[in-house]
Design a protein around this ligand. Structure first.
Ligand code: SF4
Ligand code: SF4
Length: 111
């Protein structure tokens, strides 16, 4: 089991999650974060910290594609452990449906 970052993080990227993770297993893309499934220890601490409610346990149904996406990008994006400013328009994108098409495959800056 692992926790996964899902659609509503895209272009919200508030980053409250990264500082609470005891094993630093968040990785940063240009407009999304992912959790490394092999590093996550399933502690669940990050889930309630996400203002966008984008972090879910992979035991919830229908998250297979998000699990694969987290694993894929965690292998190439840089590690992130410290909160930065969220995008200026983050609130406007919170809750917007069908954001997957907006997901950038480009890496973020990391720490
Ligand atoms: S707190 Fe939520 S929205 Fe913010 S970066 Fe983490 S998963 Fe994404
Ligand atoms: S569940 Fe725990 S170990 Fe996994 S990403 Fe969240 S804070 Fe980190």
């Amino acid at each position: 089991m692992t926790y996964v970052v899902t659609e509503n993080c895209i272009k919200c990227k508030y980053m409250d999650c990264v500082e609470v993770c005891p094993v630093d297993c968040f990785y940063e893309g240009e407009n999304f974060l992912v959790i490394h499934p092999d590093e996550c220890i399933d502690c669940g601490v990050c889930e309630p910290e996400c203002p966008a409610e984008a972090i879910k346990p992979d035991t919830e149904p229908g998250l297979d594609s998000w699990l694969q996406l987290n694993a894929k990008f965690a292998a190439s994006w840089p590690n992130i452990t410290q909160k930065k400013d969220s995008p200026a328009d983050a609130k406007e994108f919170d809750g917007v449906p069908n954001k997957l098409e907006l997901l950038s495959p480009e890496p973020g800056e990391g720490d």
